[in-house]
Write a protein that binds this ligand. Structure first.
Ligand code: C2E
Ligand code: CA
Ligand code: CA
Length: 930
């Protein structure tokens, strides 16, 4: 009961206090009157009486006033004398008493209230006894007041009362006031308040956010929910004691922001801010906090109520997404770079720059490993402080073994080495002198494996911790895969550039480099007025040796021959391998014609005597030589070589070991003339026909296009292949007419297929160098496709690589005009004039046709396969379609498919066939099947 009383709502307590104060005032006066303390005016005669009378009158009037006061009070009140006898009761008591125990005419006045309570029985006995003892203790002066709460339920309603016993006067308890106050309403409010407090606590204590209520001006914390302890890692108590500890807990970098938001709360009331806190353990968490104003009656902001949440996870997710988007941007930037960039170091520099600019890394560098020494060296970087890169140590430094360095570890293990918190990982300390770890928080070392070997390492430094998560790593790995691929291509490209001028088997200059060099020697021979000699050397019976020993043995012998020639001339720049079994030597300075013959004879002799060895066997190789002289035989290197060829042919025919070129060795004009006339007639007589060879998609095997190949239906001998007459057509200029005819014929075939509702595939037409160089070619082409608007889409022109290369600038211009007409362009015989690789990116072409010799080589030599793979990869990076020519075996097709070559043509699928046959087997057949 008394415990209950303690929980009395403030309103009740206040009410009781007011009541008692009122009573005390009334009581004091009553007391003074009844005890005769009030002094009267005393004189000798009746004045005292008067006073006593006056006293009596005053007493009565005071008593009635007191009664009125008591009656007005909203409680049931009785005044007891020192013996506990009821002196008077108020109206409330009377009303209440009539419904309760204190019945009777005077509502207990004159009865002992103590006795009534003492004698109470039944279920109220205990409470009544408590009340009696409380009254006694106040009457005895042992307690100042007595309060108890008790229920007083009727069958219809539940009611609660508070009994308060207070002395009539503070000083001496001549009596007490007993006051029963109905607290049912207050008690109900109290219960609902308790319930709401209980609900609030449940909420505040269980929601994993911090609720707080703070005074606006003083910042005093009025309430903070227990989640504070969990999120901040500090006690709520500490915040109550020191409100400024909140600001102290905020990350130094975010303090200003958080403080400003807080200030805003005082002026505007509302705020919304995000900041980081640092727990006493050092752990950093992100907090999202919102505050709302609490105003007083005047609208003044007096308090701020708010919520603070741990938003670390969301923040991290946001950062991750932002980072991933950057890595995506970086990926596509580097993609574009790969297609464009053909220089390794430029590519690496570009990659570093993009990683910093698009990928938001603070610094990126790439170290390249030297395949010989296995030493790594930083070749590209971006974003680092001046001079920092020089401090980077990749391959060990005094006390630190190389293998321990993260970059070396990444290379050795061929897997990324990651550090998401540099400050916490001392293994990165030897990264190079004074490591500015304040700027760099995470670092990842990713190996680049362009050649399948670890040949470079990319280091990415970020300004935040924890950058390298799974998703980011996957993207970065993809990125590194791409850079590796580009590196590999460039490495092969460098090999290709090498191959463009050197013979892969022997390492000697190839035909084109040799001719270039001979050209230079010729120019100095011309200015210095001396002669120059060119020897073309044929290894006799080498073909049959190759057959019996196998190609590998033949290759070994060829290498030995090359070595021998380099040694005997003393200068590798003078020797070349210009054909399968043909070597060439240039003698740049010939002052006396007689010397040449002597050089040839002694060289041939020494050559024949030289023992070439293969395993234990010794081979002697004989050779024949054709000699051409400058300036006598030719004015340019190309012609000079051809003169030497003619001389060699002559030597082989005559059985001489060597022959000098003579004008009689030139092709006999008479033969040419008859052929020329016949071909001229052929055009008029319509003896030329186009045959069609299918080009099929490698993956699906379906028809992709058709190549038109010309044949001469010679009435005397039958079908003549183009190799036998095209050179004469070109030489005589007849090619213009024949070329025009071929174009029109192809267009006609295409339109015929379209009209017939056949699956009309594009037709590729071969265009000769002579045609393309002619000024009228473009208008002829326009005319050919002008007959129907569908025609352009049905045409592709095949132009040989060597032709394009002869005059790149002019070629680009004319190729662009052709393409502008809507006609596609293919580079034919690709690979036969390697040098064009460098220009490939600039050429406006659609398709690249790999020459048959490469397709054959693919299965013959290991380098052959990698060469084709490189060509395909390069072409694809330039968005060119790749067609393999001359595919004859399933094995070749399988390899090409593996290398993702797009299309193929060759005898494996079908040779070129007459148009009717092509239509029947390739255009009608699929629809018949269907
Ligand atoms: P090309 O443009 O490289 O044509 C491919 C040649 O390879 C064709 O020889 C074709 O029949 C042949 N071929 C196709 N598949 C295979 C195979 O699997 N194995 C082998 N060994 N050969 C295969 P073709 O028809 O004798 O033509 C030779 C060259 O004549 C053509 O070489 C092309 O440069 C030229 N040519 C053909 N038609 C024309 C034309 O209308 N105009 C011009 N200017 N040149 C033409
Ligand atoms: Ca062709
Ligand atoms: Ca070809």
């Amino acid at each position: 009961m008394s415990a209950r009383a303690k929980l009395l709502p403030a309103a009740v307590t206040e009410e009781v206090a007011t009541l008692i104060a009122t009573l005390h005032k009334a009581g004091e006066r009553l007391e003074r009157l009844t005890s005769g303390e009030v002094d009267g005016v005393v004189d000798a005669s009746g004045r005292t009486f008067l006073l006593r009378h006056a006293q009596e009158g005053l007493r009565l009037s005071e008593a009635s006033k007191q009664a009125a006061i008591l009656d007005a009070l909203p409680a049931n009140i009785a005044v007891l004398d020192s013996q506990g006898v009821i002196l008077s009761v108020n109206e409330g008591w009377r009303t209440f008493g009539s419904a309760n125990a204190l019945q009777g005419p005077r509502h207990g006045v004159g009865q002992s209230y103590l006795a009534i309570c003492d004698s109470a029985g039944g279920e109220n006995a205990v409470l009544a006894h408590q009340a009696a003892s409380g009254i006694r203790s106040v009457l005895a002066g042992a307690a100042k007041t007595f309060t108890m709460e008790y229920p007083c339920h009727s069958p219809s309603t539940q009611r609660w009362f508070v009994l308060t016993v207070a002395p009539l006067a503070d000083s001496h308890p001549h009596g007490v006031v007993v006051l029963h106050l109905d607290v049912t309403a207050a008690r109900q409010t109290d219960a609902s308040l308790q319930a709401s407090e209980w609900r609030f606590r449940q909420m505040a204590e269980n929601i994993r956010a911090v609720f707080f209520l703070r005074e606006a001006v003083t910042q005093r914390m009025l309430y903070v929910s227990p989640a504070y302890e969990e999120i901040w890692g500090r006690s709520c108590e500490s915040l109550y004691l020191d409100p400024s500890s909140w600001l102290a807990s905020i990350h130094p970098d975010d303090r200003a922001v958080a403080y400003q938001a807080n200030q805003k709360a005082v002026s505007a009331g509302t705020f919304d801010s995000e900041y980081r806190i640092v727990r006493p353990t050092g752990v950093v968490r992100w907090i999202g906090s919102r505050g709302f104003p609490v105003r007083d009656a005047n609208g003044q902001i007096v308090r701020v109520a708010g919520v603070a949440e741990d938003i670390t996870e969301r923040k991290e997710a946001e950062t991750r997404i932002r980072r991933l988007n950057r890595v995506y941007a970086m990926l596509s930037g580097i993609h574009a770079l790969m297609v464009r960039e053909r220089d390794r170091d430029e590519l690496l520099r570009g990659a570093c720059r993009i990683a910093v600019e698009a990928g938001a890394f603070r610094m990126v560098w790439i170290g390249v490993v030297d395949p010989e020494t296995l030493e790594a060296r930083v070749v590209a970087w971006y974003g680092g402080e001046e001079g920092f890169v020089n401090q980077i140590v990749l391959t060990g430094r005094g006390d630190v073994p190389a293998a321990e360095l993260p970059a070396s570890r990444a290379l050795r293990q061929m897997t990324p080495v990651l550090c998401n918190d540099i400050g916490a990982d001392p293994s990165l300390a030897p990264m190079g002198g004074a490591f500015p770890s304040r700027r760099y928080k995470s670092v990842g070392f990713f190996p680049l494996t362009g050649t399948g070997q670890p040949d470079a390492v990319m280091a990415l430094y970020a300004g935040e911790v924890g950058v390298f998560d799974d998703k980011e790593n996957r993207l970065l790995l993809e990125l590194c895969g791409n850079i590796s691929f580009a590196l590999g291509n460039i490495a092969k490209g460098e090999q290709l550039a090498y191959l463009a001028y050197y013979d892969a088997l022997t390492g000697l200059a190839n035909r084109s480099l040799f001719l270039e060099r001979v050209g230079q020697y010729m120019r100095s021979a011309a200015t210095e007025r001396h002669q120059l000699a060119l020897f073309l050397i044929d290894l006799e019976r080498f073909e049959s040796m190759n057959d019996s020993l196998g190609q590998a043995a033949g290759d070994l012998l060829l290498r030995q021959v090359a070595e021998w020639m380099t040694r005997s001339t003393g200068d590798p720049a003078l020797v070349a391998r210009v054909g399968a079994v043909h070597f060439a030597i240039v003698l740049p300075v010939v002052k006396e014609a007689g010397v040449v013959a002597r050089v040839v004879e002694s060289t041939l002799e020494a050559f024949l005597e030289h023992p070439f060895r293969l395993d234990d066997a010794v081979f002697r190789i004989s050779a024949k030589v054709g000699v051409g002289l400058f300036p006598d035989d030719a004015a340019d290197a190309d012609t000079l070589l051809r003169r030497a060829e003619a001389a060699l042919k002559g030597a082989k025919a005559s059985g001489d070991r060597y022959l000098f070129y003579t004008s009689e060795m030139a092709d006999t004009g008479a033969d040419k003339l008859t052929l020329e006339n016949q071909l001229r007639d052929a055009l008029v007589n319509e003896e030329f026909v186009l045959h069609f060879q299918p080009v099929v998609n490698l993956a699906s095997g379906t028809l992709a296009c058709a190549e038109a190949l010309i044949r001469w239906n010679d009435p005397r001998t039958g079908l003549v292949p183009p190799g036998q007459f095209i050179p004469i057509l070109e030489e005589t200029g007849l090619i213009h007419g024949v070329g025009r005819w071929a174009l029109r014929e192809a267009v006609a075939a295409y339109l015929r297929w379209s009209d017939a509702g056949l699956p009309a595939v594009r037709i590729a037409v071969n265009v000769s160098a002579v045609q393309l160089r002619s000024r009228s070619f473009l208008s002829e082409l326009e005319q050919a496709i002008g007959i129907d608007r569908r025609a352009a889409a049905g045409l592709e022109l095949e132009i040989t690589e060597s032709l394009i290369m002869a005059d790149v600038k002019h070629s680009i211009a004319s190729l662009q005009s052709i393409r502008a007409l809507g006609v596609k362009i293919a580079i034919d015989d690709f690979g036969t004039g390697f040098s064009s690789l460098n220009y490939l990116a600039k050429l406006p072409v659609d398709t690249l046709k790999i020459d048959r010799s490469f397709v054959t080589d693919m299965t013959a030599r290991p380098e052959g396969l990698s060469l084709v793979s490189t060509i395909i990869a390069l072409a694809h990076s330039l968005k060119l379609k790749v067609v393999a020519e001359g595919v004859e075996t399933q094995e070749q097709a399988r390899l090409l498919r593996l290398l993702s070559c797009d299309e193929m043509q060759g005898f494996l699928v079908s040779p070129a066939v007459p148009r009717e046959d092509f239509e029947a087997s390739w255009l009608r057949k699929p629809s018949m099947d269907a």
